[in-house]
Design a protein around this ligand. Structure first.
Ligand code: HEC
Ligand code: HEC
Length: 202
């Protein structure tokens, strides 16, 4: 009899725990993200221009990149070790956490706005480069469901560095080589202008 009571008590306690799990998750994300704050800041708006802002980034894209760092497809000596020990659950929790933060916007260099905006909104017919806005959105908010990253407000230094990495093939996380193909057709001046424009885009 007492055994049955014990078991009943156990299963009640267990179901109580399971019911609580979803509520625990949000706090879990904040807690797990604490270690990321050293570089990306607690709210995901990093101040060092070489460390990307994560705030407001699509959760699907964040998960994909964390898995790429963990699996070695995306290489970076500073970031890869940070992803190495994240479980799939950790990845989901931190991605949700940073996706829910509000991104801060920077400013473009005034002398680069014209050229940057032309490329971002219209592409370059002569070199066959499509408009960035077709996938990253007119205000740079990306397409979270499709996993197209938000760019608006991102540090120009980081953006230029990624375009360079796609151009040389060092970064090959893009499924159909979309970004590698695009970046291979960008000039250094175009990369500088569009990266600066993106930092002020919102
Ligand atoms: C010691 C500094 C440092 C810490 C701590 C750190 N990161 Fe990073 N993170 C970086 C750097 C540098 C990059 C850029 C890597 C590159 O250029 O490819 C980066 C890139 C990323 C990216 C890719 C963003 C994008 O737009 O593609 C994600 C996602 C990310 N970090 C998540 C995290 C999470 C989650 C944590 C905590 C578990 C974390 N980082 C901790 C330095 C850090
Ligand atoms: C056909 C759709 C498409 C177009 C057009 C496009 N992109 Fe992308 N872009 C993507 C996708 C998808 C990714 C994510 C790829 C990955 O996982 O590495 C991406 C990633 C990026 C990244 C990396 C973001 C980060 O946080 O690390 C940058 C920077 C970028 N694109 C800039 C541009 C610029 C600048 C243009 C215009 C010259 C452009 N893109 C045009 C689809 C596109």
């Amino acid at each position: 009899m007492s055994n049955v009571k014990k078991r009943l008590g156990m299963s009640l306690a267990l179901s109580g725990f399971l019911l609580l799990t979803p509520t625990l998750h949000a706090g879990d994300g904040a807690q797990k993200a604490a270690v990321c704050a050293a570089c990306h800041n607690a709210d995901g708006n990093s101040t060092n221009p070489e460390w990307p802002k994560l705030a407001g980034q699509g959760a699907r894209y964040l998960r994909e990149q964390l898995r790429a760092f963990k699996g070695g497809t995306r290489k970076n000596a500073t970031m890869a070790p940070m992803a190495a020990n994240l479980s799939d659950e950790d990845i989901k929790a931190v991605a949700e956490y940073f996706a829910a933060q509000k991104r801060t916007i920077g400013a473009a260099k005034p002398e680069l706005v014209g050229a940057g905006e032309r490329l971002y909104r219209g592409g370059n017919n002569a070199t066959g480069v499509p408009a960035c806005m077709a996938c990253h959105g007119p205000r740079g908010s990306g397409n979270p469901a499709a996993g197209y990253p938000a760019l608006g407000g991102q540090h120009a230094v980081y953006v230029a560095r990624q375009l360079d990495a796609y151009r040389t093939g060092e970064r090959a996380t893009d499924g159909n080589a979309i970004m590698r193909t695009i970046a291979a057709h960008l000039s250094a001046a175009e990369i500088e202008a569009v990266s600066s424009y993106i930092e002020g885009l919102h």
